[in-house]
Design a protein around this ligand. Sequence first.
Ligand code: MTE
Length: 368
Amino acid sequence: MVHCTCSEAALATAVKTPAQARPSEQTLVEIDKVPLIGETPQTLLQNWLTPNPLFYVRNHFDTPEIEMSSWQLSVDGCVSKTAQFDFNNIKRLPKYTSTVTLECAGNNRSDLDPPAPGNQFQNGAVSTAVWAGVALKDILNEVGIGPNAREVLFEGADTGTPAPGESEMPYLRSLPIDVAMHPDMLVAYEMNGEELPIEHGYPLRLVIPGWYGMASVKWLTGIKVIDYEYEGFFQTDRYVIENDDGVWEQIKEISIKSLISSPAVGEELANQPTCVAGMAWSGNAQIKEVEFSADGGQTWQPATLTGPSERYAWQQWHISWTPPMAGHYTLACRATDQLGNIQPIETRWNEGGYVVNGVRPVCVMVAA
Ligand code: MTE
């Protein structure tokens, strides 16, 4: 059973006409200015592609200043020959395009009760773009991976102090060698057909499809092939979650999730058939089914999947719902992917406030 957490009083004040509930919000919903953190407005969560200025942003440090005349990507470590690529060298490699949904591991953190510290994202730290660039494996093949290689470490041009007591450091994350060599891993220089915007990693960023956003290192300036397991701050201090056996595990693939993008929370609906629509995504496989409930999860019915179906992009869905009578309703959706992963009803609470993928109710009022 999915419980609407809005009290009658809160719902009454939240109830808005559709026009008020969905203004044409055309700016990022800012959570922090420096470093910039913002989420995609609710109204845009029904667009398959998110326009660049409204794509969520999650920066740990100030946006770096990039000087293209001296910019280089260095690739070294356990490789046959180290290399420095300038931007033209990168662009000479074969170009690939892929539509990829990125979700921050802390998306929906504000749903947690008790609250978990960190940016209090609602459900907008998820967005989708058509990314274009080169295959990471092509860069790695250019330098030749050494026999002892275990991981590949990626460095961003941004630096700062990530938490009190920590020293100044760049944004650094690693990937296991088999993941880095997978042909779908991109080093992107275009986003939705445009040059990468500075806040999304200009001139070059990783796009690691299927993984939570922290793996997609922006402002990429260094790639190092290493023969050990990297244990830096953003790898083992952040983006980790305790499993049922008390072991801390690194967060990797995006857990299955879905959302209702329309109607909005607290919206007042006319007593007539209503189109309920939303998105569903999973880092592990394509979406197979989305179910909809109008009674807080007591009964479910299949929704229709619409729009494009791509391996690494979210799936649009909708259903026509006819309210049986006037009153308050708790709408909900849940997704299943092709591997049989089912979205859980409840999120597993965790200290970091990560992987918040439980069913998220949308309370509405149907007018008499
Ligand atoms: N890369 C660098 N260099 N610095 C960062 O702070 N943030 C990461 C990742 N890559 C980050 C980074 C996190 S936590 C996320 S969720 C995604 O970038 C967000 O990408 P976006 O801002 O383009 O949406």
